[in-house]
Design a protein. Structure first.
Ligand code: SF4
Length: 460
């Protein structure tokens, strides 16, 4: 137990941070999912250990009421680790010396359910299928990559990759909601292979809730010769194919099903589709429809609420039981760093710099220009990602060292705004703390409405 809310049923029962929870209703929960289900009833009985002594206690609560305690991790037994060796795996392309949790490769359907992590299902079993269906642990997120068994085994570098999509069929047939993704690698699973995958999905997995195509990320630490980024023409071909299959799926299923990530549109220099084409943004956190959703939220019509599913960088640290997500900033930010009207009047206001990656800048600059912010002393600064290098240009992978270097070149900027998407518990991926960038850097929640409100407050 890492924390207990004062006055909660757990608090009243005498449970405190540091206690060990051994069983609930006589059962040792395997993970936070079991735990949640077990404590959901009326007056659940907990077996607790403190300093070697164990005792049972019934929690004074009604059915469905919260217990008021947080546990240390989402999985109490072992996380199912990944047994694939994909050449395109971004974890294999990380530099050495980062915090250990970033090198952790899971392939656990529970983390797919809890965090939106993608699983290849190569370690999925009959028992897992039974549990998913019995406890209704979905939506799940599955890495498909290709439906060609031989190619899939080759891409995952695992013979089980050839057969593990049988679990996808079983899940879908049983009515589970599953979203798929394809990491498109040029010359490997694009072109005819991608088209064959779309055709197979429509034929064999038409119940799939969505299928997102994302381009392979290639950092400067990738092994030479193994991977290369898409050219503009290759990205345009993917976008075109996705549009063709959207039209086909719309006719066959009444929905578009297949989507290309924002990165593909930016690489191809093709305008993003309208927001409604993203059909509820089921893969928003996978970078699919993020730009349109941000724009809508900035303009005050963010009616389509994006899903809050996260990627593995959020998942591996912290793992609080409530919300299942590490907070992006360790102390929720109010408006620290944004100069007050008095400060600005005294000349401290100065320029406002919005820090982002190269892709983010291509979305933000026209948006802020359209709404007159660029004329009012706001500037969008695209930060080069020297840390990862390669084709890494998304705001979520910006690191402290690169941001510090960009800030140092612009002493004329008085206030810096930075999307909190690149932070986990106030730290960047390179381990640097947000606070080391100085008091003038203000993290802003990665939503259009939050950026607009912060800009308006700073310019007021
Ligand atoms: S399945 Fe995912 S975590 Fe495992 S090697 Fe492939 S890309 Fe990496």
């Amino acid at each position: 137990v890492v924390s207990v809310a004062e006055g909660s049923p757990a608090w009243q029962a005498g449970i405190r941070a540091g206690d060990e929870l051994l069983a609930v209703e006589g059962v040792a929960p395997r993970d936070v999912i079991d735990y949640r289900l077990l404590v959901d009833g009326e007056e659940p009985e907990l077996l607790v250990r403190r300093a070697g002594a164990t005792w049972s206690v019934a929690l004074p609560k009604g059915a469905g009421e919260p217990v008021g305690l947080q546990v240390v991790s989402p999985v109490f037994d072992r996380v199912c680790t990944c047994d694939n060796h994909c050449a395109f795996c971004f974890i294999f392309q990380l530099p050495k010396g980062l915090r250990r949790s970033l090198y952790f490769r899971d392939d656990d359907y529970r983390l797919s359910f809890l965090y939106g992590n993608f699983t290849t299902l190569t370690r999925f079993t009959e028992l897992d299928l039974e549990r998913v269906l019995e406890q209704r642990l979905f939506p799940l997120y599955v890495s498909i990559h290709t439906t060609d068994p031989e190619l899939r085994a080759r891409m995952l570098r695992n013979p089980r990759g050839a057969t593990s999509l049988r679990w996808l069929a079983a899940l879908l047939e049983a009515g589970a909601e599953v979203h798929g993704q394809i990491v498109v690698c040029p010359g490997v699973n694009d072109g005819a292979a991608l088209e064959a995958t779309f055709a197979d999905v429509l034929d064999r997995y038409p119940q799939l809730a969505s299928l997102g195509c994302v381009p392979v990320g290639v950092s400067r630490f990738a092994r030479p010769g193994e991977l290369r980024p898409h050219t503009k023409q290759e990205a345009a071909a993917v976008v075109e194919l996705v549009h063709e299959w959207q039209a086909l799926c719309l006719r066959a299923l009444g929905r578009r099903l297949v989507h290309a990530s924002d990165e593909f549109y930016l690489l191809a220099d093709v305008p993003f589709p309208p927001l409604e084409h993203y059909e509820g943004l089921p893969q928003h956190e996978n970078g699919i429809g993020m730009a349109r959703a941000f724009e809508a939220s900035f303009e005050g019509h963010g009616g389509m609420v994006a899903s809050a599913r996260g990627g593995f960088f959020q998942a591996v640290d912290g793992a609080p039981a409530v919300g299942y997500r590490a907070r992006r900033v360790s102390v929720p930010s109010a408006d620290a760093g944004v100069p007050s009207r008095a400060d600005r009047a005294r000349g401290r206001g100065g320029r406002i710099g919005v820090l982002t990656g190269h892709y983010g800048a291509r979305v933000l600059r026209p948006l802020l220009d359209r709404h007159g912010y660029l004329k009012r002393g706001v500037e969008v600064i695209a930060v080069e990602n020297r840390f990862f290098g390669g084709n890494v240009a998304v705001a979520g992978l910006l690191v402290g060292a690169d941001l510090a270097a960009a800030i140092a070149t612009r002493p004329d900027v008085a206030t810096w705004l930075l999307s909190d998407a690149c932070l986990s518990e106030g730290r960047f991926l390179d381990g640097r703390e947000l606070s080391t960038l100085g008091p003038r850097v203000q993290p802003v929640p990665a939503e259009g409405s939050a950026l607009r409100a912060t800009l308006d407050a700073a310019l007021a």
